[in-house]
Unconditional design. Structure first.
Length: 210
């Protein structure tokens, strides 16, 4: 083999080796690029997840702030309503107390003219010996008192001759009767009962037939 032929063969072999190395280098480069792309894709996905989680956290924080604001507002409204109710309760108690006080004063004031009549009647009794005149004066004062009581809602309970009613009567004696129709009937009323505005003020003390 000539020297030139051998030189050409060596050059061709070196050229093939160079092409082979370039091809291998290209494959390595492709692998590196692919790995970088996968890494970048993974980073992008992780960043997207992180951003989503941060967005969710921000949304939750805002919801928490909104909830705290609502709670604070409702707390203030509740305290305001409690204060209003307490003021209303105090006003109601005071008004009720005033009504009772004024009503008592009004009733007592209304009795004073009747007391005056009694005093005048007692003075008149000392100056006369006429029983009929004294009785007439007492009856007038009594009628005036009964009228005053009725004007204030106080009325006598009907008892004698009526069926016994434990809601109105208090039996203090049982009286034997011959007539069957009188059994369970009020025979006598030693102490009259009264109602005030249809509510029992005092039970009538009665004797009942048996």
């Amino acid at each position: 083999m000539s020297k030139d032929s051998k030189q050409s063969q060596n050059n061709a072999s070196r050229h093939d080796d160079e092409l082979k190395r370039q091809a291998e280098g290209g494959e390595v480069l492709d692998d590196v690029q692919e790995a970088e792309e996968e890494q970048n894709s993974t980073i992008d996905e992780e960043n997207e997840i992180i951003n989503k989680e941060l967005s969710d956290i921000d949304a939750l924080k805002q919801q928490l702030l909104d909830a705290e604001a609502r709670v604070e507002k409702e707390k203030k409204e509740y305290l305001f309503l409690m204060a209003e109710f307490d003021n209303f309760r105090k006003r109601t108690v005071k008004e009720k107390s005033d009504i009772i006080k004024n009503a008592s004063e009004s009733v007592l004031k209304g009795l004073l003219p009747i007391v005056d009549d009694f005093e005048r009647g007692l003075e008149a009794c000392a100056k006369t010996d006429d029983p009929a005149s004294i009785r007439q004066g007492m009856e007038l004062i009594y009628q005036k008192l009964v009228k005053f009581l009725a004007q204030n809602g106080v009325k006598p309970i009907e008892s004698t001759g009526k069926p016994f009613d434990s809601e109105l009567h208090e039996a203090i004696a049982m009286v034997p009767v011959d007539d069957e129709s009188k059994k369970g009937i009020v025979i006598d009323t030693p102490t009259k009962g009264y109602t005030i505005n249809d509510k029992v003020l005092r039970h009538a003390k009665v004797a009942v037939g048996q």
